[in-house]
Design a protein around this ligand. Structure first.
Ligand code: 2IT
Length: 445
């Protein structure tokens, strides 16, 4: 495989799609050696086929705001790869959304979903619509307008969306309601639904829980205990919330959360009511964490800073892509970090990842560490297909088993001669091998 040639051609075809090109390059570097050992992959041009989405829908979403003004946003769905199952992946509503971001997310999702062992292909969708400052009625009207276009591309065995940044239970409910009305079917095409209408227990917590199960496995494999460790978390949404809950339950102490306005440092530990308060802050719709420091005076607010400057044993990026750069990585390393679990998608820049690997830090990429969210979505699909619901314990046990399985796959494919586990390589190779074999088996399509 000639990585530079492939990247050059992709850059020419998709100029300026930096996040997508970044995600592809990372995977190609990881899989180069195994790819070269499989001439059948090269013969079937697996890489050239795998780096391009099967198809992309882009559409206009027009709706009317509370003042009666007509608003127009962009809507997208990227159906990346369905070699191992129906397209599956979340929908992101955020002002920063571009096609490049959704293509990187859908590309990563393809490998992540393969790692879960469940039959799900990769997809992602979204809009540049931001829920910040919008009324409930505006959010509902937007979700309905979005679904008026998207519904025809979805289906329980075709494409099953879920939430992502800016899309949680409320937005999923509004989209699913419109989807049902248009399709006249009740098949559960959407995950992250409310418990009353087909949602799964543990799904809201699953990304954070899964991330902590993975981190726990990483530490255990090196004879370390998570108990008593300090944890720096970024973000304050659903993922950060689930991560803080499980970290605390496992005996660790969460000392930071963050928002677009800065970060909170709480040396007393963010636990109990403080974790619930995180959800209240989120629900306020203001997208700021500063009020936490007023509510809990033992904590401090650090405006316009990222949490990676604090001393912590474990760092968990839980916000968004490229939120932890090389300088942040060096701060963490110099402060003695032992484990970094990327629970956001592509949370670390390539330079930050290189620094962690060079310093032999336990570092897990998002497609391994955050796969618990989509894995539990897969479990929600199973429950819907069976017209049954499992108990929280059942779902949680399955989630734990899946995360342990992903950890084993990373160790299998990522262990280097000196015993260091390169989780990036492990996750990319394990995910790629499964998708590539499935594509090969199904011919040139
Ligand atoms: O990035 C992700 O894995 C998600 N946003 C969840 C996707 C899903 O289909 O549950």
């Amino acid at each position: 495989m000639n990585i530079e040639k492939i990247m050059h051609s992709l850059e020419a075809k998709h100029p300026g799609e930096t996040e997508y090109l970044q995600a592809v390059r990372e995977v190609l570097i990881s899989i180069e050696d195994v790819y070269n050992q499989h001439p059948e992959f090269e013969k079937a041009k697996i890489i050239e086929r795998l780096v391009e989405p099967d198809r992309i829908f882009t559409f206009r979403v027009t709706w009317v705001d509370d003042r009666g003004e007509v608003q127009t946003n962009l809507g997208y769905r990227v159906q990346f790869n369905n070699a191992i199952g129906p397209y599956k992946g979340g929908i992101r509503f955020h002002a920063s959304v571009t096609l490049s971001i959704l293509k990187f997310l859908a590309f990563e999702q393809t490998f992540k979903n393969a790692l879960t062992t469940l039959p799900m292909g990769g997809g992602k969708g979204g809009s540049d619509f931001s829920i910040r400052g919008k009324s409930n009625a505006e959010i509902m009207r937007f979700c309905q307008a979005f679904m008026l276009e998207l519904w025809r591309h979805l289906g329980p065995d075709m494409d099953v969306p879920a939430g992502d940044i800016g899309v949680s239970g409320r937005e999923v409910g509004y989209m699913y309601g419109m989807y049902k009305k248009l399709t006249r079917e009740v098949t559960g095409t959407f995950t992250g639904k409310g418990l009353e209408y087909g949602g799964s227990l543990i799904r809201p917590e699953a990304t954070g829980f899964g991330g902590l199960y993975f981190v726990h496995e990483m530490l255990k494999s090196k004879g370390m205990d998570i108990k008593g460790k300090t944890v720096a978390i970024s973000g304050f949404g659903n993922v950060a919330w689930g991560a803080a809950l499980k970290a605390t339950e496992l005996g660790a102490k969460v000392i930071t959360i963050s928002g677009p306005d800065g970060y909170i440092y709480d040396p007393a530990g963010i636990s109990g009511d403080k974790i619930n308060y995180m959800l209240e802050l989120r629900a306020s719709g203001n997208d700021i964490v500063a009020p936490y420091a007023e509510m809990y005076p033992e904590s401090t607010f650090h405006a316009d800073k990222r949490p990676w400057e604090v001393k912590a044993d474990i760092a968990l990026p839980c916000a968004t892509q490229n939120e932890l750069n090389e300088e942040d990585a060096m701060n963490l390393i110099n402060n003695g970090v032992v484990c970094v679990g990327e629970i956001s998608n592509m949370g670390c820049t390539p330079e930050a990842i290189d620094a962690f690997i060079e310093h032999k830090i336990l570092y897990a990429p998002g497609k391994a560490a955050n796969a618990g969210g989509v894995a539990t979505s897969g479990l929600e699909m199973s429950q819907n297909a069976m017209h049954m619901s499992w108990s929280a314990e059942e779902v949680d046990q399955k989630l734990l088993g899946i995360m342990q399985g992903i950890h084993q796959q990373c160790v299998k494919y990522g262990t280097e001669p000196d015993g260091y586990v390169n989780y990036v390589k492990g996750a990319n190779i394990a995910g790629f091998m499964k998708v590539a074999r499935a594509m090969l088996a199904q011919g040139i399509v």
